[in-house]
Design a binder for this molecule. Structure first.
Ligand SMILES: NC(=O)c1ccc[n+]([C@@H]2O[C@H](COP(=O)([O-])OP(=O)(O)OC[C@H]3O[C@@H](n4cnc5c(N)ncnc54)[C@H](OP(=O)(O)O)[C@@H]3O)[C@@H](O)[C@H]2O)c1
Length: 247
């Protein structure tokens, strides 16, 4: 079976991507930082509902040694690595006067340097992949990379960085490996629940998002499956936001 590593797959968008890849016939490594029980629940759900295998792999994506070990554990378990989804990310709702340079660096370290580190560790294995659709890397950017974000300047900056990294790696790794990004709009997960009231959600549904609903993690799972299979697409950022921001 072809294989994929999804970082930050214990919850939210990463969980949906891992489950979608498994449903599509992939063995999946479910990376997590601290939510072991949730990651094991994802593994169990994959093994119950699909023919594929899954493993939970603990690693802090901000830690280079842990990243190396995570990739090696994945390859040892499955024998190959065909796709990487760099989904793990953190945010923090803080206005610049209350944001320290260390806060800024911490978000950049996980979101951008962590994405770089996972891709670099996976590179030799992706180069050896023989999957028909061409091995790929899919990075999670955000609508806020384009729009900016008050209270989240470090987060928005990190998501711009992801787009630069995606294009650069698409140039460096072609034609062997494709590299794309997804820029989700508002997706209901723990990350967004932490900063949005029910009134704000209703306003987004009614006035802000043309399709009239909030995004679901499965919407991003579908986008990731498209980019995984789209053998003539590389260096792209796919906007998945219900029309909230059209380009
Ligand atoms: N939700 C949205 O509306 C939205 C919009 C645009 C972009 N995004 C991006 O989509 C991605 C997923 O977002 P989400 O809303 O699903 O987030 P979430 O609900 O907060 O889940 C975050 C996931 O990332 C993991 N994680 C966090 N820090 C990690 C680290 N240092 N090492 C390894 N894993 C780590 C968490 O693991 P633990 O459970 O172990 O902590 C969890 O599985 C992020 O990159 C985010 O920036 C989200």
């Amino acid at each position: 079976m072809p294989t994929a590593l999804v970082t930050g797959a214990s919850r939210g968008i990463g969980r949906a991507i891992a489950r979608r890849f498994a449903a599509d016939g992939y063995d999946v490594a479910v990376n997590y930082r601290s939510s072991e029980a949730a990651a094991l629940e994802v593994v169990d759900s994959i093994e119950d509902e699909t023919d594929g295998a899954a493993i939970a792999v603990q690693a802090d994506i901000g830690d280079d040694d842990a990243v190396e070990a995570c990739v090696e554990t994945t390859v040892d378990a499955f024998g190959s690595l065909d796709h990487v989804v760099n989904n793990a990310g953190i945010n923090q709702h803080r206005y610049t006067p209350d944001l320290s340079p260390d806060d800024f660096r911490r978000v950049m370290n996980v979101n951008v340097a962590g994405t770089f580190a996972v891709t670099k560790a996976a590179l030799p294995h992706l180069e050896e992949s023989t999957v028909a659709e061409c091995p790929s890397v899919i990075n999670l950017s955000s609508r806020l990379a384009h729009a900016g974000a008050d209270y989240e300047p470090h987060y928005a900056s990190s998501k711009v960085g992801i787009i630069g990294l995606t294009k650069s790696h698409a140039l460096e790794f072609g034609p062997t490996i494709r590299v794309n990004a997804i820029a989700p709009g508002y997706i209901e997960t723990d990350m967004t629940d932490a900063t949005t009231s029910e009134e704000e959600k209703e306003q987004k549904r009614q006035e802000v998002i043309p399709v009239g609903r909030l995004g679901k993690p499965e919407d991003i799972g579908q986008a990731a499956a498209y980019l995984r299979d789209a053998s003539f697409v590389t260096g792209e950022t796919l906007n998945v936001n219900g029309g909230q921001r059209m380009q």
